[in-house]
Ligand binder design. Sequence first.
Ligand code: HEC
Length: 135
Amino acid sequence: MRNLFASCLCLVALNAPAAPFQDLLRQYETQARQENPAFSGFSPERGKRFYEEKRVASSGRQSGCFDCHSPDPAQSGKTHANKIIDPMAVSANPKRFTDLQKTEKWFRRNCADLIGRACTAQEKGDFIEFLAHYK
Ligand code: HEC
């Protein structure tokens, strides 16, 4: 009986769901492998550089991810219309990267506006990897 109980606990532990952002990362990883057979993982350092890079938005305005999302992603950001944006760092906002449709919608919009093309799965994964581990 005791053994049965112990093995049940073990099964529960094995089946414990990973943090939701990890689900998203796994999907981007599958995509990144398809886009690039030499894919060798996501990098929080590359994600950080991507987040901090200065770009020119489609409006002509100097911008970057940090511009609306705050240079410190554990803090709230602001749109250009002064609407508060909740923090991007998962440590400060556990709801981040838990809904693929939402995440994709905003990557689509912000990448088009700031980079003039869709972001690659590599860029998206690096970005999430950076924000998932930011303290
Ligand atoms: C002009 C302002 C602005 C800029 C610049 C901007 N964003 Fe955003 N972003 C928003 C807004 C507004 C939201 C939606 C509000 C929210 O999620 O709290 C958002 C949400 C997101 C989300 C959704 C996150 C989630 O919860 O899943 C992602 C991903 C994202 N942005 C990526 C980027 C990237 C990558 C860049 C830089 C290339 C960038 N954003 C630059 C305004 C901006």
